[in-house]
Design a protein around this ligand. Sequence first.
Ligand code: ATP
Length: 300
Amino acid sequence: MEDYVQGGLLPATLPSSFRPMPPSSPDDVIPDHCADAAAEPAVDVRDLVKEFSTTAGTLVAVNGVSMQVYPGEVYGLLGANGAGKTTTLRMMLGLQRPTSGTVRIAGFDVAVQPIEVKRRVSLVSSSSGLYQWLTPREIMLYLADLYGVPDEEAAARAEMLADLFDLRGFMDRRCAGMSTGQQQRVNLARSLMHDPPVVLMDEPTRGLDIVGSRRIFEYTAHLRQQGKAVIFCTHRLDEAQRLCCRFGLMFRGQLKLEGTLADLQQRTGREHLTDMFLDLMPAESSMAARLTVLQGRGDP
Ligand code: ATP
């Protein structure tokens, strides 16, 4: 993977607790268990099911998922397109009602105390939009206000996040006209204004260049050091292998494999997540298998 740590890309005014990730090397995998094992889970999902009614019948998007994520842990929720990751995150956020099962965030049940849950969780997503006619500062302060963050604290936090995500050059310019990377950085900063203990990241590096991606990795490592529980969804398995303490591999709505990298290596006999992942795919989904079927049918 690219060497994205050296070179002083982070601003000088970072919080004192911020420590950039060390340079990448073959042995440079996050420790097997970086969470506080004695702590209560910050995210506690039990037997989660989500069914959708479609014209073709009932689609089971999430099928009995249970998982726990602890403070100080980055959990990689991985899966192919349509595996059910986003639906799972939406249920954790209280944006979608589960068909059955429970989600507790920082001890609060999403179905019973949705407001308490929303105070304690944030979503960082590449697909979230920004109010184009507002400036990053206005958006950040507006969101802080919605979350009830005191004005002084919000102003200080906006400054800190502006430094962290290099927003200084455009903090007071309208978002319309900003590049994808700039908008993504504002998106990330605004989602952290209320300093939640649980951060859900859905493809946070999509559309970002190498510097933007590096910033996300460094900040994710910083969140972990601060004791946050982070769920990181990505298709980039190299990113995941580097960043995450534990992994859950989803396939067709089910969590098929879960554990630290060492656990998974031992259980599957595979070294890399990519190979474990491909092993989960049914043979009929490979291109070679499809070609064989087409040829067997006499198609060109
Ligand atoms: P991707 O990596 O492509 O974002 P994902 O793992 O996040 O995929 P989901 O978006 O959770 O997958 O979708 C899981 C399944 O549920 C898919 O088959 C999707 O088409 C279906 N689905 C999601 N939302 C709805 C909905 N509102 N109505 C019907 N089907 C839905």
